[in-house]
Design a protein around this ligand. Structure first.
Ligand code: S3P
Length: 439
C-alpha cells in the first residue's frame, strides 16, 4: 500500500452525521489506571490506535492480562501492587507522550530499573519536565540529554512532594498525580489549567484527591492509594479528532455536520470557543454528564464569512492539539489573525508552529512567525492552483490530517506523504473523509 495520497479535488457541500473514535487521552488513562485496579475493568469504544495499543502492550509487559474483542477491552488488574516486575524490562511508548510520561510516574517504585523508549518523534521530546519533579519523590532517572531513552530507578522510600506545574501540561500534572498515589503523605500540585481527565477519573473512583479551583491554576492534593475498584467505561469520542471535520465543515460552503457523542469537557473545547469568536455557528446538543465528563453531539454549520481573531492565550491549553486546523481556518478569514504564547506548540509530536507556518506559506498565505507566535494574513478568496508536497518526516498525525483538510478545502494538487501517521490517533480518518465525499 502506498504511504502517500494525492488529492486534486475539493470536497463539495455536505450535510451529514458522523461518529468518530474514542478519546485518546481518556483511553490511555483508562488502560493505565485499570492496570492498577483490583479486578476486571471493561471499556467500550476504547480508541484502537497505535498510542493506545502501545499502552496495552506496556501493561502486558508489566504482567497484566488484557483481552480485546471487537469494541470491548478488558484489563485484569491485580491491585495497586499487582505489576510483575522483571529485570531488564523495556517499555516502548512509541509515539505517545501521554503514555511515556504517565507510565513513568506510575513506575517510581519499581524494584528493578525499567527503560522507557519511543519512536523518532518521541525521542526528540523533553522528559526532564517529568523526571525533575518525579526525582523529588525519591526515584532516580537516567536520561539521554533530557530525552528518551530513559531509565527509571525506583525507590521504596518515597516521600511526598510539592510541585508547581507552570506549562499547562496535563501530561506533567498527571504523571505527578500518578506518582503521588504510591507515596505515603500529601502530594501537592499547583497546576496551570489543563485537561483534567485524570482528576475526573480519580473523583469518579473516589480516590483520595482534592481539587481547589483558582482563577489561573488548580491546587491538587493527592494521597497514597491502597485500592482501586474496576472501571467500567464507555469512552466518548475525541474532540481532537472531530476537530478536523469541524474544520472541513467550516471551510466548505453550504455544509452542515453533526458529530455524535463527543467529549466536550470544558478543558478541551478551546477550538469551539475560538471558532465561535471567528463567527462560526457551533451548537452542543443533547448535553449530558458521564462519570464527571461532559458529552454532547456537536452541530456545525459553515459560515458565510470567517472573522479574524486575536486569540486570547488563556485558550491555548484548551485548544493545544487543534492549532494547526485553527491556522487553516484563519487563512480563509477576513483580516489578520494573531496567536501568541504558543511555546508548547513546537514541543509536540513535531514542531507544529513551524509546520503551521510552512503549510500556510505553501498555500500562498502571508505569515509572520516568531518562536512562539504567528500572524496570519487571511484571504477569504484563497484558491490554490499549484502543486504542494507534504513530507512529514516525524510522522505527525495532525500534520497529515491538517494537510488533507487543506487539500479538500482549498484545491490545488496535494501530494501528502506519511499516511501511516494517522495510525497513532485516528486510523479511520480517511474512511470518514470518504463518507463525507459520498453523495
Ligand atoms: C495530553 C496532553 C497534551 C496534549 C496531548 C495529550 C494528555 O499534552 O497535547 O496530545 O492526554 O494529557 P501536554 O500535556 O504536553 O500539553
Amino acid at each position: 500500500m502506498p504511504n502517500k495520497i494525492i488529492l486534486k479535488k475539493k470536497i463539495t457541500n455536505f450535510c451529514k452525521q458522523i461518529s468518530i473514535p474514542g478519546d485518546k487521552s481518556i483511553s490511555i488513562r483508562w488502560v493505565l489506571i485499570s492496570s492498577l485496579a483490583r479486578g476486571v475493568s471493561k471499556a467500550q469504544n476504547l480508541l484502537m490506535s497505535e498510542d493506545v495499543i502501545a499502552s496495552i502492550q506496556a501493561i502486558r509487559k508489566l504482567g497484566i492480562k488484557v483481552l480485546t474483542k471487537k469494541n470491548i477491552c478488558k484489563v485484569y488488574g491485580d491491585g495497586i501492587k499487582g505489576y510483575r516486575y522483571k529485570k531488564n524490562l523495556v517499555i516502548n511508548a512509541q509515539n505517545s507522550g501521554t503514555l511515556g510520561r504517565l507510565i513513568t510516574g506510575i513506575l517510581i517504585d519499581t524494584p528493578f530499573p525499567i527503560k522507557i523508549i519511543g519512536d523518532k518523534s518521541l525521542s526528540k521530546r523533553d522528559f526532564k519536565r517529568i523526571t525533575n519533579p518525579l526525582s523529588k519523590f525519591g526515584a532516580s532517572f537516567q536520561l539521554n540529554n533530557n530525552k528518551l531513552p530513559l531509565i527509571i530507578k525506583g525507590s521504596k522510600e518515597l516521600k511526598p512532594i510539592k510541585f508547581f506545574e507552570n506549562k499547562g501540561s496535563a501530561q506533567c500534572k498527571s504523571s505527578i498525580i500518578l506518582g503521588g498515589i504510591k507515596v505515603e503523605g500529601k502530594t501537592i500540585i499547583r497546576a496551570k489549567k489543563s485537561r483534567n481527565h485524570t482528576e475526573l477519573l480519580f473523583k469518579h473512583l473516589k480516590l483520595p484527591i482534592k481539587i481547589k479551583k483558582k482563577k489561573k491554576f488548580d491546587l491538587i492534593e493527592v494521597r497514597k492509594v491502597n485500592e482501586i475498584k474496576p472501571i467500567n467505561y464507555n469512552i466518548p469520542s475525541d474532540i481532537s479528532s472531530g476537530a478536523f471535520f469541524i474544520a472541513l465543515t467550516v471551510l466548505t460552503k453550504k455544509s452542515q455536520l453533526i458529530i455524535k457523542n463527543v467529549n466536550v469537557n470544558p478543558t478541551r473545547i478551546g477550538v469551539i470557543t475560538i471558532l465561535r469568536k471567528m463567527g462560526v455557528k457551533i451548537l452542543l446538543l443533547n448535553k449530558k454528564n458521564y462519570k464527571g465528563e461532559s458529552i454532547a453531539d456537536i452541530f456545525i454549520k459553515s459560515p458565510k464569512k470567517i472573522k479574524s481573531i486575536n486569540c486570547p492565550s488563556n485558550l491555548n491549553s484548551e485548544a493545544i492539539d487543534e492549532f494547526l486546523i485553527i491556522f487553516l481556518i484563519a487563512a480563509k478569514a477576513k483580516g489578520i489573525s494573531y496567536f501568541k504564547n504558543l511555546d508548547e506548540l513546537n514541543k509536540k509530536e513535531s514542531p507544529r508552529l513551524e509546520w503551521g507556518s510552512k503549510i500556510l506559506k505553501m498555500m500562498g498565505i502571508k505569515v509572520i512567525t516568531t518562536k512562539n507566535s504567528i500572524k496570519i494574513f487571511g484571504n477569504p478568496n484563497l484558491k490554490i492552483k499549484n502543486k504542494i508536497m507534504i513530507k512529514n518526516y516525524l510522522k505527525d498525525h495532525r500534520v497529515f490530517m491538517t494537510s488533507v483538510v487543506a487539500a479538500l478545502s482549498f484545491g490545488g494538487e496535494w501530494h501528502i506523504h506519511d499516511k501511516d501517521a494517522i495510525k497513532s490517533s485516528f486510523p479511520s480518518f480517511l474512511k470518514i473523509v470518504n463518507l463525507l465525499k459520498k453523495k
